[in-house]
Ligand binder design. Sequence first.
Ligand code: ADP
Length: 721
Amino acid sequence: MSLANKLAEERRARLAAERLLEQKQAELHAANRKLGKHARALSHEIHETRAEVQTVRDENLRVKSDLSEAHQKVEIAERRLWHSIATIQDGFAFFDADSRMIAANHAWLAVFDGLEAVQPGISYVEILQFITEEGIVNIGAHAPHVWREHMLDRWQQATPEPEVIRLWNGHYIKLIDQRGPDGDVVSLALNITDTIRYETELKEARRRAETANRAKSTFLANMSHEIRTPMNGVVGMADLLMDSDLTEEQRLYASTIKHSGEALLVIINDVLDYSKIEAEKLVLHTAPFDLERCIHELVTLMQANARDKGLDLLVDYDLFLPTRFIGDPGRIRQILTNLLGNTIKFTETGHVLIRVTGVPPAADEAAMINVSIEDTGIGIPPDKVDHIFGEFNQVDDDRNRKFEGTGLGLAISQKLIRMMQGDIWVDSTPGEGSSFGISLTLPVAAPEDVADPVLPKSGGHALIVEPQAASRDILERQLAALGLTVVTCASAAEALTLARPEIDIVLCDHNMAQMDGLELAEALREAGHTMPIVLLSQNTGYAEQDPARAHVQAVLQKPAHRRALIDTLSELLPSAQTMPQAARTMRVLAAEDNKTNRLVFSKMLTGLDIDLQFAENGREAVEVFHSFRPDVIFMDISMPEMDGKEATRTIRAAEDPGAHVPIVAMTAHAMQGDEADILAAGLDHYLTKPLRKTDIITQIIAACPPDARAPQPETTTAQAG
Ligand code: ADP
């Protein structure tokens, strides 16, 4: 190889080496740069990590201090809580799910009187064991193990019932234990000794009050008995005295005695009733009764008072409403007597209307009955309307001074109605009048054993002559509902122009201006009219004595009882039925030991067509019953030798089967319970002394058998006596 070549080759080699060197240097440079960059990143990271470490360290420190602060707070709270629990008077303890005590306050532990074993860690079973062994709880007649089992059973319930235990020292503790969701139990022991003592004292006070109240009721019952017996003599004799020949002055004295006696009895009855209701001693006696009859009897009784004041007493009994219901007739009558008595007392002119309406019941249901008693009297100011139902309350003392009364009537009525689940209210306009309303829901009673009156559906024509518009309307509606075609007028003069042959019956009022009812009847007959005439009179006794009575076919007590009206119409419209001839006199036996009362009784019945015999005690009553065979017996209850109840029982035992003589009790006892007792002895009815003539006569008439003559001629409506 030439030198030149060699040189060239060397140069090439050198050049290549230089290039390689350059390349390696560049690579080294790049590696250096990368290294530098990495080192920088690393140092940055180290820096950051150091900062984080510092932060965490700070955080740790803060958490540590927070924790210790919280811990302190918890300690304080716990200390306070325990302090509170320790200071409360009632016992407080916790148990864990295994029924071991965790902690208990002083009051809870105090019961164990320093027993050291009773402390946190003890089980409930062991506690019960200590209680019975040490006699801490008075377990009464229970055997200790029975008591422990009972307590443990209770403890294991999910929600144990509170239990009252009595400690050895007489204290009462109420245990209230509550189980938490994970089985822990919080146990409270409340000392209720004071409450129990208070309750016992209250019970004792109540017992004493009830005893005193019973004593008061018994006292009132005795007092009423003691007062009624002599009052029977006073009122009865005054009544008889008035029937005898007296000078004007003597008559005034006698009537004053009678009225004062009756007024006294009303007051006694009111006070008695009120105290009975207050003492919750009043019991309602339900029985079937006829509401319409009850109202008419009342009206008859009050008629005299109303007539004296010139007031019309009207009854409007809904024709489609049943009349027989099941309720307490005595109490319903008492309420109506009070309301009706008030309306007459507080009304000077106009009328008093008793309206009975109701919702006829569906089968087997009770009827809703409304009775309203409306008057045209002095009325009641609106601000007194509630006041008058309070006890001893009257509208105002000045105005009332001229009216008698205790102010108890409405209070009693309201209480009675509430006992019957009914309602009472009043609507009134001063100077115009008042309307007292009562509503009652009463079951309908089966009709009496008498066929319902039915009018022949002849569709006859009736003429009503009645000056009083309200009364006329009522009668018109009643007759129209019975299928009659009705013509009405307000005076006798009009009636004479309206009377025509096609009129089948005339109903006229007795008391009319210019020409009264009987004069009208006479005038009609003179004009040749032959249709039957019915006279409606407030004073039937008076009408019966009038010679012109011969012109009318019937005299009805006004307002007419619906049944009496229908009976009269059905008798007069078709061919009249002939009454069977009664042969013998009715026999009445009265057993009464008091001589004065025997005299009063016989005098009251003077004029009746009856055969009356007396017995002076129960034994004699039984003898006379056998020999005399009475149709009705009046029986005094308290009599020597044999009392009325005993005598009745003996008579009932001796009676032929099927024969049942009505026995009416006469007693001065007015307290509740006596009545039931008396009726239980076999007596049928009950009259309280002082006896009223009307009541006795009503009982006699009701007992008249078909083969005896009616004890009172013609009208059976007894006048108030
Ligand atoms: P008494 O009639 O014995 O005073 P009540 O309790 O029956 O007691 O009545 C209370 C009062 O209500 C009566 O005193 C009277 O002021 C008033 N009062 C009751 N009914 C009527 C009435 N129909 N019209 C006007 N005031 C009446």
